[in-house]
Design a protein around this ligand. Structure first.
Ligand SMILES: Nc1nc2c(c(=O)[nH]1)N[C@@H](CN(C=O)c1ccc(C(=O)N[C@@H](CCC(=O)O)C(=O)O)cc1)CN2
Ligand SMILES: [Mg+2]
Length: 282
């Protein structure tokens, strides 16, 4: 058996077409959607992601303003910028690219972003509305994109065993909540989990975000499962996922590649959240 490859670029392209139309509608109503992107320092990966965010905005019709700040800036300077953007009615969405340089307090910065403009969905208010199932807040972009990828397979989530490997605030925890809200039976595994192999093998839907190259091997995957690989590990200059792709594709029903799976949908969901913010703020 050979799994179907979930094409993140194709899913992303289709969603962006919908977003272009939504953006045009907003502009026709006199709203010019605008995203402020804050990048601190010169991490090469972050520079690429920020550039891709600017390109994504341009493609869909969203105005973007990037603030590229020196790696040595103080916490106070960064907080003042966020505060200024919070108060600017022309800015609908604010994101601070992570990771920040070590001397800066990431949590304090994220807490200051107005939840109504927190298009990354990292603020406790937005995380809270996802956790209570209240909805209406912003959902973290990577897990939101993964829900689109799963939907593209046509496999229903309700009643399925979903296993999430990884418990970060950005991916693992919100992913578990989205799957739970979609009526899956969810297990979250992490570096201290015992019998991880057996638990993973019971998954109809397996999401892997543990940050270890090729951690999940073919013998940890249930036949026919949907396998989503969130990993982006650089090994000898090559990008490797958290799943051993060649083995996974012999066992799984569906599997995401790295690159070209989860990554492309992350930025697309950011664009979607920005339009949601612009619509709400008007
Ligand atoms: N403020 C934020 N910081 C970070 C986020 C985030 O959502 N908000 N997520 C990641 C980085 N990221 C977006 O910011 C991101 C990472 C990767 C991709 C992507 O398209 N990956 C490609 C491969 C790219 C490569 O070759 O390196 C793929 O998987 O096909 C998009 C967005 C951490 N920081
Ligand atoms: Mg820090």
């Amino acid at each position: 058996m050979s799994a179907q490859i979930i094409d993140g670029k194709k899913v992303s392209k289709d969603v962006r077409e919908e977003l272009k139309a939504k953006c045009e509608d907003l502009k026709a109503k006199g709203v010019e959607p605008c995203l402020a992107v804050v990048l601190v320092g010169d991490d090469p990966g972050s520079q690429v992601y920020v550039r891709n965010k600017e390109r994504g905005c341009a493609e869909v019709g969203i105005k973007s303003i990037a603030y590229r700040l020196d790696a040595g800036i103080t916490q106070q300077t960064l907080l003042e910028l966020v505060d200024k953007l919070n108060r600017d009615p022309a800015v609908h969405g604010i994101l601070v690219q992570l990771p920040l340089p070590k001397h800066l307090d990431e949590k304090e910065v994220l807490r200051l972003i107005d939840p109504k403009k927190d298009v990354d969905g990292f603020h406790v208010v937005n995380a809270g509305s996802l956790f209570t199932g209240e909805g209406g807040g912003f959902v973290s972009c990577t897990p939101q994109g993964i829900m689109r990828l799963i939907a593209s397979t046509g496999v229903s989530i309700e009643g399925k065993n979903a296993v999430v490997i990884g418990r970060s605030n950005i991916v693992g925890k919100p992913m578990a909540m989205l799957l739970l809200n979609a009526n899956a039976t969810v297990t979250v595994c992490h570096s201290r989990t015992k019998n991880l192999k057996e638990i993973a093998k019971g998954a109809d839907i397996l999401v892997v975000a543990i940050g270890r190259p090729e951690f999940v091997t073919g013998d940890m995957i249930k036949s026919g499962a949907v396998v989503i690989d969130v990993g982006m590990n650089r090994v000898d200059g090559k990008l490797k996922g958290d799943v051993k792709f060649d083995e996974a594709k012999e066992v799984a029903g569906y599997v995401t590649p790295v690159p070209g799976g989860v990554g492309p949908t992350t930025i697309t969901m950011l664009l979607s959240n920005t339009l949601q913010a612009a619509e709400a703020q008007g």
